[in-house]
Write a protein that binds this ligand. Structure first.
Ligand SMILES: *[C@@H]1O[C@H](CO)[C@@H](O)[C@H](O)[C@H]1NC(C)=O
Ligand SMILES: *[C@@H]1O[C@H](CO)[C@@H](O)[C@H](O)[C@H]1NC(C)=O
Ligand SMILES: *[C@@H]1O[C@H](CO)[C@@H](O)[C@H](O)[C@H]1NC(C)=O
Ligand SMILES: *[C@@H]1O[C@H](CO)[C@@H](O)[C@H](O)[C@H]1NC(C)=O
Length: 568
């Protein structure tokens, strides 16, 4: 091979020997080397190549640093890109991250239609692309698919999950979603979004892109087409429309040698960090930079009705007074009341009190803001209101809240005092234990009946509402419509008195009745939506449902049902 390449060059060399022979020899040798390198650099994966979880489980990049293929996930396998040859599992990308783990009998084939997965259950696609003709695991960590003309038709860099690698960027509108945990790479509860308005912001999942939900921001709001970029020297920075650097998130300037791998990831705890892996030392990992060193910063790190308290290096979740973890032993689960119902009046004396919780902040989801400067008046206002389950008092206002409370954390410097309505009878937990089984069955039966009842109510009201509405629309005062209507319906003579009576009464009632029906309909729909909430602590009690249906208490707008979007 050496001869074959070098021989023709000799002619050239003789021709230009007079110039600089040593330089040319060097140049030619270097070129030959680069060409040889380039050919091997792409691990060329062609049609018919396949992988299985147990034997021949991945395609390596040329340097052997990155691999595309199967890795262990839960009680099965997942397909993704990871750092190969280092002891700790470091996953940088996952295909179909929210799909259940794969069994060991699957085969991953590279076909002209994409990457297909065949198991005893049938065939599915991991990455689908028509006209894909070859694929390659690049040394950058990018897995790419080319068509026959060698155009890149798909690349993993354009579909990030929770990690960015040097050379990869986040375009306007793109988001990274944290993983559930260090070992479960399915979609977790935090996101990092490169917003179209130029701001790079962190939020919990399933929230609007608005300031009250943000817990990190680059502060570059109000610019167009801003991208997040990641340099080989560990430099994370934002470029604007004209590719000018508008913000340095990390300074960069770190050693960019082949033995050091940088990666940026939004971790399961909601903080995004820049890591380096030293391949000369078994890939040992260190944190170069992090978006916050306060683990309580990410909103939603603790469950509902629970607040985060920072200790030295860690974060702890605590329940509101009068609450316990719904999932005993799991300190990140939501908290529920020890005594369920706190809306009972007995001879004008309240069987509950307002407990005080100092120095915490929460999402403000108040439904009423009273201008009160007296703490006791605020407590009283909440006690007297069946809807009120907590109140935030700050010295000048009393904001009444419903449960659940979210995004709670200890904040030493806050004027806010959280007031929580708590039942004074504390015998419940003991009796609860004895009749736990029975209680659960009761709850199940009540729950099922309620759901059935709710569905029937909703169905009836939809039918009534639609019928009623159709009829009232039909009565629009249009002569044409009236005549059409009259053709449809058998003609019937009316006396003047009859007409006057009907129209008058109808106008009055209809407006009134329609309004009442509409409100009742809305009420039922809202109660129905509250009853089918995924989160048990959000569902109203039986008593509350009755009050809500009656119209005795206002019904807050139910939250959207939880929906996770697949990021692929
Ligand atoms: C990969 O291999 C196929 C078939 O051998 C060939 O046609 C294609 O050009 C190769 N691609 C690269 C990038 O080398
Ligand atoms: C990009 O940023 C540079 C430097 O701040 C500024 O001069 C330029 O006007 C910006 N471009 C746009 C399109 O905003
Ligand atoms: C970002 O850092 C680079 C040096 O790494 C510097 O040249 C540049 O001016 C900085 N940009 C901003 C917006 O601070
Ligand atoms: C604790 O609860 C959270 C939220 O409900 C859940 O995601 C997590 O898996 C639970 N952890 C354990 C160890 O059960």
């Amino acid at each position: 091979m050496g001869n074959f390449i070098l021989q023709p060059q000799f002619y050239q060399l003789t021709l230009i020997r007079s110039y600089s022979m040593p330089f040319m020899v060097c140049f030619v040798l270097a070129m030959a080397f680069v060409i040889a390198q380039a050919q091997q650099m792409q691990s060329n994966i062609s049609h018919g190549s396949s992988l299985t979880p147990t034997t021949n489980s991945s395609w390596l990049s040329r340097s052997g640093v990155y691999a595309f293929g199967f890795y262990k996930q839960g009680n099965g396998y997942a397909v993704g890109i990871f750092l190969a040859g280092i002891p700790q599992t470091t996953i940088v990308w996952t295909a179909k991250r929210d799909d259940p783990p794969l069994s060991s009998d699957v085969t991953l084939d590279f076909t002209s239609d994409g990457l297909s997965l065949t198991s005893t259950q049938g065939q599915s696609f991991m990455i689908e692309y028509t006209s894909g003709s070859s694929a390659s695991m690049l040394d950058s960590g990018n897995f790419v698919i080319y068509n026959a003309r060698q155009d890149m038709v798909w690349q993993s860099f354009k579909h990030p999950t929770d990690t960015l690698l040097p050379g990869q960027s986040l375009s306007p509108g793109d988001e990274l979603f944290s993983a559930k945990s260090e070992s479960d790479h399915s979609t977790g509860i935090f996101r990092l979004k490169m917003q179209a308005d130029g701001n790079l912001v962190q939020y919990p999942v399933n929230t609007p892109d608005t300031a009250p939900y943000a817990y990190y921001s680059s502060g570059t709001y109000g610019r167009k087409n801003v991208t997040l970029n990641f340099g080989a020297d560990g430099h994370l920075y934002l470029l604007n429309d004209t590719r000018s650097n508008i913000r340095n998130i990390t300074d960069g300037g770190l050693p960019a040698d082949q033995a050091t791998i940088y990666l940026m990831r939004i971790d399961a705890d909601g903080i995004f960090r820049l890591y380096s892996h030293d391949l000369n030392h078994n890939g040992s990992k260190s944190i170069v930079w992090e978006s916050s060193n306060d683990k309580c910063d990410p909103k939603g790190v603790c469950g509902l009705n629970s607040y985060c308290v920072s200790t030295d290096l860690d974060a702890k979740c605590k329940c509101l007074p009068g609450f316990v973890f719904a999932n005993l032993g799991n300190k990140t689960s939501s908290c529920r009341r020890i005594v369920a119902d706190v809306c009972e009046y007995k001879n004008e004396t309240f069987p509950y009190t307002m407990e005080e919780l100092q120095s915490t902040i929460w999402e403000d989801s108040s439904y009423v803001d009273l201008p009160l400067s007296d703490k006791e008046a605020c407590k009283r206002a909440c006690l007297e209101d069946c809807n009120c389950e907590a109140a935030i008092f700050n010295g000048t206002s009393c904001r009444k809240q419903r449960l659940p409370l979210r995004y709670g954390r200890r904040e030493v410097i806050t004027p806010n005092l959280e007031l929580i309505k708590v039942a004074t009878s504390t015998t419940a937990p003991d009796t609860e234990k004895g009749s736990k089984r029975k209680g659960r069955t009761d709850i199940l039966i009540i729950g099922l009946s309620l759901t059935a009842f709710g569905s029937i109510l909703v169905a009836i009201s939809v039918v009534t509402f639609c019928k009623h509405n159709a009829w009232s629309y039909g009565r629009v005062n249009s002569p044409i419509l009236d005549s059409e209507l009259n053709e449809d319906i058998a003609l019937r003579p009316y006396t003047y008195e009859e007409l006057e009576k009907i129209t008058n009464n109808f106008t009055e009632e209809a407006v009134g009745e329609e309004e009442v029906n509409k409100r009742q309909f809305e009420r039922m729909i809202k109660v129905g939506l509250w009853c089918i909430q995924d989160e048990p602590s959000l569902r109203p009690s039986m008593k509350k449902v009755l009050l809500m249906l009656e119209g005795t208490v206002d019904i807050p707008i139910p939250p959207n049902p939880i929906s996770f979007l697949s990021t692929i």
